[in-house]
Write a protein that binds this ligand. Structure first.
Ligand code: SF4
Length: 99
């Protein structure tokens, strides 16, 4: 999404260090620091959503995603469906080994 605004390139000595020190590009902060996410039961699934999208909508990186309600509706259903899929094959060891 920010490919036209590079933070660094491979010609510098340590591009990873430049990325880590950057304060101008996308700031992908920890989920534990995002307002509204710290106590969310889905925080390790979601991680607060796309940081750039959140910034473009809210002007902040340290808040929950504008799509939060969508995630909270989808994650329980995805988990339920995966559970049903696993149960479907639980009695067939050959199939269970492949999933
Ligand atoms: S579902 Fe919402 S509150 Fe939970 S981690 Fe994702 S954005 Fe944050």
């Amino acid at each position: 999404m920010q490919i036209r605004q590079p933070v660094t390139d491979i010609r510098v000595d340590d591009p990873l260090a430049v990325l880590r020190a950057d304060q101008t590009g996308v700031q992908n902060i920890s989920i534990e620091e995002k307002e509204g996410c710290k106590t969310c039961e889905w925080k390790y699934w979601c991680a607060g959503g796309c940081p750039l999208e959140t910034y473009r909508v809210t002007g902040r990186y340290d808040v929950k995603s504008p799509n939060c309600n969508i995630y909270k509706a989808l994650f329980p259903e995805a988990l339920r469906l995966e559970g049903l899929r696993l149960l479907k094959y639980a009695d067939d060891p050959e199939v269970a080994m492949k999933i």
